[in-house]
Design a protein around this ligand. Structure first.
Ligand code: AMP
Ligand code: ZN
Length: 457
C-alpha cells in the first residue's frame, strides 16, 4: 500500500508520492530555544519522528528540523536573566536534544540554526524585493501580501475578509496591516547583522524558507509542524518561498499535529500551564511519555492527565511482559518482519493508536505461542518496537524499575562533566572509563558542537 497522508493544503487524505522516486525531503519547524520544551512541544517531535522512521523503511529520507536561535523571546530571556544570548541558546539546544533523545526521538539528518543562515535569508529577501513581492520601509523589509494572489490558500483565509476584519494598529511603515516582516532593524544591544537595509535581524518566517531551500531544495516533499503554525507561520513561509521561486510549489504535503492540552486548556508557555519534558523524565521513563504522546492520532487533540501516563505504562508492561524471558538475537530482530497490519495502520496517515492495537495483537499471539514460533514472534515484537521507538529496554530491568538506568539525570550530568574534565586534561583512559560507566548504565553519549549530549538507550 502506498502511504496516505492528510495534506492541510488540499484539506484531505491523499496518496503520498515524493517528487523524486525513492527519495523524500521533510522539514519540521523546530524549537525556539529560550526555555525547556514542554510535552506539547514534544508532540510534533515525537509524531514526526515516527513518520521519519516509517519513511526510512522505503525511502532515502533527508529530514531537517531547525533551531530558531534568533527571536525576540530569546532577547527578552537574555535581558531577564542577564545571561548572554549564546549561552541561553546553547543551553536550551542541548536540553532540547537530550530531552527529545529521552523520548526516543532520533536526531534529524540536518539541524540548521537560523543564525548560521543569515546570508541565505538576506539573499532570499533581496530576490523578493527584486521580483516586486517585498518592499523596504524605515529600515524594515516587508512582504507585500497583496502581491501574492494565492495568499490564504493554506489556512483557508480570504485576504479581503482579513483586511475588512483587521482591527490591529497598523505600523506607519506598512502598506497594509497584513504585510509581514522579513527583516527589521536592530539597536546595538540587540543581535544584528549587516544587510543592504542596515544592521538588523530576520523575521521568524523567512528563517524557515531560507533553511528549507538551502538544505532540501526549492520544493520539499513534506512540511510539518503543530497546527498553530498553519497561520501565520506556514502561510507566510509558503508565500515567501513560492514567490522567490517563481511560483514553484514550496511543499507537496503539509502535515499538522493537533494540540496537547491539560484539563482541556491548551498547554503553552505563555499560559504558564506547562509540564516540562526535562522534569517529567526524572520520574517517568521516556518510553512511557512517548507512548502516551502516540496514544492519540497525531491530528486529534490530546488531553494530558495522570491517566494518560498510567495507561501508557500499563501498555508497556503488557508489551515487556510478552517478551520477558525470551532471548532473541540482534540478527533475528534485524531479519524479522514488522506485521503487515501494524505497517498498514502507520501508512494510513500515521494511525498510531491502530498501530498500537496491532502491536498488542502480536503480543497476545506471542503469549500463546510455543517453541520456534515464540522466538519468531518475539523477534517481530522487537522489530515493531524499533519502528515505533519503544521496547528498547531489557524486560527484566523494566520490571525492576531500572529502565532509566540506575543513574539519575543529575548523576549522568556529573559523570559527563567528569569525563569532559578528564578529556581536557589529556587523561583519555579516565575519560573512556567514565564513558564505559555510562554505557553500562544504558546511557550513550555523543560529542557535538554544542557540547556533549546523552541519552538512555
Ligand atoms: P515553539 O517552541 O513554541 O515554537 O513550538 C515548537 C513546536 O511545538 C511547534 O511545532 C508548535 O506547533 C508545537 N506546539 C507548541 N505547543 C503545543 C501544544 N500544546 N500541543 C502540540 N504542539 C504544540
Ligand atoms: Zn518554520
Amino acid at each position: 500500500m502506498t502511504i496516505q497522508l492528510h495534506d492541510t493544503l488540499q484539506g484531505k487524505k491523499v496518496p503520498f508520492e515524493p517528487q523524486i522516486d525513492g527519495e523524500v525531503t521533510m522539514y519540521l519547524c523546530g524549537p525556539t530555544v529560550y526555555n525547556y520544551a514542554h510535552i506539547g512541544n514534544a508532540r510534533p517531535a515525537v509524531v514526526f519522528d515516527l513518520l521519519a522512521r516509517l519513511l526510512r523503511r522505503s525511502y532515502k529520507l533527508t529530514f531537517a528540523r531547525n533551531i530558531t536561535d534568533v527571536d525576540d523571546k530569546i532577547n527578552a530571556a537574555s535581558v531577564e536573566t542577564g545571561k548572554p544570548i549564546d549561552e541561553i541558546t546553547a543551553r536550551y539546544i542541548k536540553a532540547y536534544n537530550d530531552d527529545m533523545g529521552a523520548l526516543g526521538v532520533l536526531p534529524p539528518d540536518v539541524e540548521p540554526r537560523a543564525t548560521h543562515h543569515i546570508a541565505e535569508m538576506v539573499a532570499m529577501i533581496e530576490k523578493l524585493i527584486e521580483k516586486g513581492f517585498a518592499y523596504e520601509a524605515a529600515g524594515h523589509v516587508l512582504f507585500d501580501v497583496s502581491s501574492n494572489e494565492n495568499y490564504g490558500a493554506l489556512s483557508k483565509r480570504d485576504l479581503r475578509e482579513m483586511i475588512a476584519g483587521a482591527r490591529v494598529e497598523v505600523a506607519p511603515y506598512k502598506k497594509a496591516a497584513h504585510d509581514f516582516v522579513l527583516w527589521k532593524p536592530s539597536t546595538p544591544e540587540l543581535p544584528g547583522w549587516d544587510s543592504p537595509w542596515g544592521v538588523g535581524r530576520p523575521g521568524w518566517h523567512i528563517e524557515c524558507s531560507a533553511m528549507a531551500e538551502k538544505h532540501l531544495g526549492t520544493t520539499i516533499d513534506i512540511h510539518a509542524g503543530g497546527r498553530d503554525l498553519v497561520f501565520p507561520h506556514h502561510e507566510n513561509e509558503m508565500a515567501q518561498s513560492c514567490c522567490a521561486h517563481d511560483g514553484a510549489p514550496f511543499a507537496r504535503y503539509w502535515l499538522h499535529n493537533g494540540f496537547l492540552s491539560m484539563d482541556q486548556t491548551k498547554m503553552s508557555k505563555s499560559l504558564g500551564n506547562v509540564l516540562l519534558v526535562h522534569d517529567l523524565i526524572k520520574t517517568v521513563p521516556g518510553e512511557v511519555i512517548r507512548l502516551a504522546l502516540l496514544s492519540a492520532h497525531y491530528k486529534q487533540p490530546l488531553d494530558w492527565s495522570a491517566e494518560t501516563l498510567e495507561s501508557a505504562r500499563r501498555m508497556l508492561d503488557r508489551l515487556y511482559g510478552a517478551v520477558q524471558g525470551i532471548k532473541v538475537s540482534a540478527a533475528a530482530i534485524a531479519a524479522a518482519e514488522v506485521p503487515a497490519d501494524l505497517i498498514a495502520a502507520l501508512e494510513d496517515d500515521l494511525n498510531s493508536p491502530k498501530a498500537m492495537a496491532a502491536f498488542f495483537g502480536l503480543a497476545k499471539e506471542l503469549n500463546k505461542a510455543e517453541g520456534d514460533k515464540k522466538l519468531a514472534l518475539a523477534a517481530q515484537m522487537y522489530a515493531s518496537g524499533e519502528l515505533l521507538g519503544v521496547l528498547g529496554n531489557d524486560p527484566d530491568r523494566w520490571f525492576a524499575g531500572h529502565v532509566e538506568g540506575d543513574l539519575s539525570s543529575e548523576d549522568i550530568e556529573a559523570i559527563v562533566e567528569q569525563r569532559n574534565t578528564a578529556k581536557k586534561a589529556g587523561d583519555y583512559a579516565a575519560a573512556d572509563a567514565f564513558r564505559d560507566q555510562l554505557l553500562e548504565a544504558g546511557v550513550t553519549i555523543q560529542d557535538g558542537r554544542e557540547g556533549t549530549s546523552w541519552r538512555r538507550s
